[in-house]
Design a binder for this molecule. Structure first.
Ligand SMILES: [Zn+2]
Length: 319
């Protein structure tokens, strides 16, 4: 049997040992290089685009020759106002990409000896950067579409006599949400969070090319797709695959997301569901990429992502 990718040496190109032995200066250089790849890591003013800067090297800050704007390597990025050292940030990214089913914030807080809140916000910033990469994506070729329901679990009462029929809407929590995944065969994926599976049809319109062939299951919500695309269906009450038509790649994505929810995070609150859905989509798409390359991609995405509206000063807010 062929060796699984994660068992091969090619999957391991960066270790924590390497990160910590590179020291703060080299970690800092790595961030500069990924923030300003066009100039080989030389600072570029984020305000006016000027390439000439005075370097205030003791504080790792720059001052623009043109407009006197002062900035650092993380100014204007998702890591703006960072307090962690660059080595810690890089280590956090390596630990984060190494978790195939995600990494719990508590796990990261123990690994780096930082507060839970720090780790929680940091991992969410990484998720936001990952999601940024997927924005505006248009899928083509064979695109598998499927939905999976998450959240809203209602515990049964202790005594059987007190138990309610949890299939009835009145006895549900109303917190259940549907993650819809669109996934190209051997390609990229794109997640959405909606109330019901069929609500994702407008998103399909925006993100799937008209020449694509869509594979979906028997869910009635997908009937509307036949009007816009060549759509083929597989009836899961009959078979998982019918004449080559299946949604197994989409199911594979849900497998990862469910394992992350149950095994790693134990609970995912509704407002954060999309963040985890996007993270798992990124992990599925890059599952055959070495961990060093993955760490570079996440750092690059973080340096290209703007200051987070959701996560900047998250715990300082009143509400
Ligand atoms: Zn400037």
């Amino acid at each position: 049997m062929a060796q699984h990718f994660l068992l091969s040496a090619a999957a391991r190109t960066l270790s924590l040992k390497q990160v910590f032995s590179m020291g703060e200066d080299r970690a800092y250089d790595t961030f500069c290089l990924l923030r300003w790849p066009e100039t080989d890591g030389e600072a570029v003013c984020p305000r006016c685009g000027c390439c000439e800067t005075y370097s205030i090297s003791t504080r790792r800050r720059f001052k623009c020759v043109g407009c006197y704007h002062q900035f650092s390597v993380t100014s204007g990025t998702i890591f703006a106002s960072r307090k962690l050292s660059f080595t810690d940030l890089l280590a956090a990214i390596v630990i984060f990409v190494n978790g195939a089913k995600g990494v719990a914030a508590l796990h990261l807080s123990r690994d780096l000896n930082v507060q839970y809140k720090t780790a929680f916000v940091l991992t969410h910033k990484l998720r936001e950067a990952m999601a940024q990469e997927q924005r505006g994506r248009v899928l083509n070729g064979i695109v598998e579409i499927d939905g999976g329901y998450f959240g809203g679990h209602v515990k049964p009462e202790n005594y059987v006599a007190d138990r309610k029929d949890r299939r009835l809407k009145a006895n549900q929590s109303g917190k259940r949400e549907c993650v819809v995944i669109m996934r190209e065969r051997n390609g990229r994926s794109l997640p959405f969070v909606v109330a019901n599976e069929g609500d994702a049809v407008p998103m399909v319109r925006d993100h799937v090319g008209t020449l694509a062939t869509i594979y979906a299951d028997e869910g009635a919500g997908w009937d509307a797709l036949h009007a816009g695309w060549e759509t083929r269906r597989v009836n899961h009450s009959v078979a998982f695959m019918d004449e080559g038509v299946c949604t197994n790649q989409a199911e594979s994505y849900f497998s990862r997301l469910r394992r992350a929810e149950i095994g790693t995070h134990h609970h995912i609150a509704g407002p954060y569901l999309f963040a985890y859905a996007a993270e798992m989509s990124w992990r599925e798409d890059n599952r055959r990429v070495s961990n060093g390359q993955q760490a570079t991609m996440v750092t690059e995405a973080a340096m290209a992502a703007p200051v987070s509206r959701q996560w900047a000063g998250y715990w300082q807010r009143a509400s």
